[in-house]
Design a protein around this ligand. Sequence first.
Ligand code: MLT
Length: 316
Amino acid sequence: MYKILMTYDNTEGLGALLSNKEFQVEIHNKPSQEEFKELIKCYDGLLIRSEVKVTADIIEAAQNLKFIGRAGTGVDNVDKDAATKKNIIVANVPGGNTISAAEHTIGLMLSLARQIPEAYKSLKNKKWDRKNFVGTELFGKTLGLIGLGRIGTEVAKRMSSFEMKVIAYDPFANSESAKNNGIELKSLDDVFSQADYISIHSPLNDTTRGMINVDAIKKMKDGVKIINCARGPIINEKDLSDAIKSGKVSGAAVDVFAKEPPEDWILIETDNVIVTPHLAASTQEAQVRIAEEIGDVLVDFFTKGLIRNAVNAPKL
Ligand code: MLT
């Protein structure tokens, strides 16, 4: 019998795993790091979303752990090097929420262009104000994507139908496939200087952390709008807030934050910033798809020795 610890409490889509007699799944919802360190000692497998940080300390404390499954895309909350050193597989579900994240990005882009949240708030307050909510069209504008993986590509495909010009920076992108999707690959500085809308779709790593800061913003067009549904720490929140207050950036839509839940509210409290609490991947369809896939990956790993969706390569 394999013991699996889940640190979130949504079991939808995990039916096959939960009913499998070879597994005993226990849920401890959002444990503190202290609790987590104690709990992890006796489990063979771990299923997480973004509610915990699997640090080197946690991995060190684990005595039987062989598998960490991330029900989602981003694995920046797992110390992969520490896992690799202990021969623990880290696996994720990279494609399950692509469409959801792309659609949320587009929702935020339209909300920014047409000030939908502000107009909604105003009318709910019984004000019939049409003058202050004159928007702008997306048609003919340049969308600059930073990161052209699955989500960036789906955003690009959809925004081409709005007749936006789509340019992208991604050092790992395949130029042929970008071209086939109507996307022009550019340098980062060219994306900064040419885009009317900049949407971030890169993973968080040492290169992207703090990438959107005061120096980057200086290179952007006056009045640019910025959307971030990727990871909060890619943006320096104070620099973005200052740039919006000065008018250099005319608006931002942000789904992800430096700390979640936020500890510093500076960006959230800034006018012309639309915010959602890390909802881009939160659709019923994506959650079920992801749960089913990570459940299968976990079961196959323990029962058949099959390694799928691994993001590290320990010597097993
Ligand atoms: C992901 O990386 O899968 C999404 O951002 C959702 C999440 O972090 O839970």
